[in-house]
Design a binder for this molecule. Sequence first.
Ligand code: SF4
Length: 161
Amino acid sequence: MHLGRVFDCQLITDMSEPTFFADGLRFDCLRCGACCTGEEGYVFLTEEDVERLMKGLGLTRDELIERHLRIVDGKYSLQETEDGRCVFWAGDCKAYEHRPYQCMSYPFWPSIMRSKESWNQLATTCVGVGRGRVHTEEEIRGWLRGFPRKLIGITPLSGEK
Ligand code: SF4
């Protein structure tokens, strides 16, 4: 899974600066799985993500951790198979309705939205870029604003040592 390969928490600090996406961007995930398979990657989880997955999959916290999570640099991330497939990918995402913020917000990540070049680069690997409806600048800024708030506290999970 290479979804998290380019993931980082770097913020677009000055949200008043003009952006290359002032007119919005077309994107529609075709659920092809290209970003959920392949090279190694990471999907880090917030406490909200963990609770949503527990509830959606009907698992206890311990069951979720044992079956679907691994620890990377002291943070919980989704497991992946030896061939790099996300633990939830089996021809389609088996946890789509309960997927983590990192998946929900893709590709509107700080690391991608920092420049038009990054966005254009993404178009070489993601068939959803340039398709579907226009996501407005405000929508995209909303995803970006969610990152610092959502990702604080990814480690440790409350109740975990
Ligand atoms: S269309 Fe893009 S975001 Fe959706 S699964 Fe394929 S590579 Fe991932």
